[in-house]
Design a protein around this ligand. Structure first.
Ligand code: GLU
Length: 484
């Protein structure tokens, strides 16, 4: 069997999003699982929309995710160049071949003529197909148009009847009616091939064995098969991966989940969490399990890729990210956050050691690394306001008495440690014959302003006696004022 070679072929007309990263990952897992090669090819022939900054961004995001490639930019190989904008001479050879063998022809129809054809089709309520008017131009006519300076496009002669079958490894046989296809343009008037032709020539000359890409390209595949046949190329295997839909089952949009990988990185998602999430998205297998890269590679098969669309579920991504954050060392978290101005300020005001203890305490509750900053806030800033619902629930007048007792206990606890504080609060609860929660909840609210935090006793130890006392006193005043 010939070598397994796959490719990820982004167009640098935007940033790498969840959808693109999903396609890249499936190609990468398939290549690594089969000891094959992954090619990164930049489809940058649309000079109006392609930008070098997007190329750099896509490459950065892939590096950050840990998806590496064997050939492509930064990784020269035998079948380059790997940017379409540098491949015109390669395309030219095959364009000439298609013209010489009569599979393609020059078309000089002007935009006005084509729009007239379209309008006629519309008024007769039939689908528009190019009429094929230029199919039978003689070489004299062609030469004379050229001599007039007209720049033709090139069209492929597509079959008028029959069906084209795409054998898709995920979707099975997908049939397309050839009569719906017209003589589509394969070379633009500026001499550059259109997407379908460039992709076919690239995939053939780069010896790609499996084309794994997003489902949105399935409808292009019959056109590409016509081109493979016209060029006499072997047809590779196809696998069209289902779309990822927004939670409302619409197409992912900027507003709904189509977040650039760069943004997810900035928000504090970890690459290992994104890879785990994306590997499970649209693929049957270990759900809700944290996988190592090796396990992801070993588990991957195109057979287990689902035919139905996957739904982007931020809660699941958050859950996975939280699991990975809990496993991370506190050093690495602080290191990852070290550029943040707030973190810098906290280190300079309170010292590295205090920050370290705070992060170690809150990290297991964080959904993203950035979450840690607001979660840690009350360790660095005094508390003057209280969660409204919590205040309604826990700041009853009796709470003032308990908070007063806790304040006294702060004085007597020796050492001021979580263990000692816990023991004292529990014996206080026994003394009053109440549940410890009746003391713990208002104390938490008084010290943090919140109702959900890590363990109260650990928080108290970290805050220290002074801060606790000041905050408890303030909360008692607050409760008294509520009663007036
Ligand atoms: N350049 C295309 C895109 O970014 C991918 C083409 C392909 O995979 O065939 O959607």
């Amino acid at each position: 069997m010939s070598a397994i070679r796959v490719r990820f072929a982004p167009s640098p007309t935007g940033e790498l999003h969840i959808g693109g990263a999903h396609t890249a990952l499936f190609n990468w897992l398939f290549a690594r699982n089969n000891k094959g090669s992954l090619v990164l090819r930049l489809e940058d022939t649309d000079s109006n929309r392609s930008q070098e900054s997007f190329t750099t961004g896509i490459i950065d995001s892939l590096h950050w995710l840990g998806i590496d490639w064997d050939e492509g930019p930064e990784q020269e190989g035998l079948y380059g160049p790997y940017r379409q904008s540098e491949r015109l001479p390669v395309y030219q050879k095959f364009i000439n071949q298609l013209l010489a063998t009569g599979h393609a022809y020059y078309c000089f129809c002007s935009a006005e003529e084509l729009s007239r054809e379209k309008q006629a089709a519309q008024s007769e309520k039939r689908d528009y197909h190019y009429s094929g008017r230029c199919k039978s131009l003689t070489s004299e006519e062609i030469n004379s148009y050229m001599a007039q300076g007209l720049r033709p496009v090139v069209r492929i002669k597509s079959p008028e009847s029959g069906i084209t079958i795409v054998h898709d490894l995920i979707r099975g046989q997908v049939k397309f009616d050839n009569s719906l296809m017209d003589d589509f343009i394969i070379v633009k008037a500026d001499g550059w091939p259109t997407y379908n032709l460039a992709v076919v020539i690239d995939d053939h000359t780069m010896k790609i064995s499996h084309i794994i890409r997003a489902e949105e390209h399935l409808s292009n595949t019959p056109k590409q098969i016509i081109l493979y046949q016209a060029l006499g190329f072997d047809i590779p295997q196809f696998a069209h991966v289902s779309m990822i839909l927004a939670p409302d089952r619409k197409k992912l949009s900027k507003r709904h989940g189509a977040t650039p990988i760069r943004e997810l990185r900035e928000e504090g998602y970890l690459p290992e969490a994104l890879l785990t999430y994306l590997a499970q998205l649209g693929s049957a297998g270990n759900d809700d399990v944290l996988l190592t890269i090796e396990e992801m590679i070993a588990d991957f098969s195109l057979e287990s890729v689902s035919r139905s669309p996957a739904v982007y579920d931020i809660d699941k991504l958050n859950w996975i990210n939280n699991q990975y954050i809990s496993l991370l060392s506190t050093e690495r978290i602080i290191n990852d956050l070290s550029d943040d101005p707030q973190i810098k300020e906290w280190i300079s005001n309170n010292g590295q050691e205090y920050l370290f203890k705070v992060v170690a305490l809150v990290k297991s509750r964080a959904k993203t690394l950035q979450d840690i900053i607001p979660m840690a806030d009350y360790f660095f800033n005094d508390v003057f306001a209280y969660d409204a619902k919590g205040s309604e629930k826990y700041f009853k007048s009796a709470a003032a008495d308990f908070l007063y007792e806790v304040m006294l206990l702060c004085e007597s606890a020796q050492p001021f440690s979580a263990k000692e504080i816990e023991a004292q609060i529990r014996s206080l609860a026994e003394k009053y014959e109440i549940k410890a929660a009746l003391i713990i909840h208002p104390t938490r609210l008084a010290l943090t302003g919140r109702t959900a935090t890590p363990g109260l006793f650990e928080i108290m130890e970290l805050l220290g006696k002074e801060r606790c006392t000041v905050r408890l006193k303030r909360a008692i005043e607050f409760i008294k004022n509520l009663d007036i």
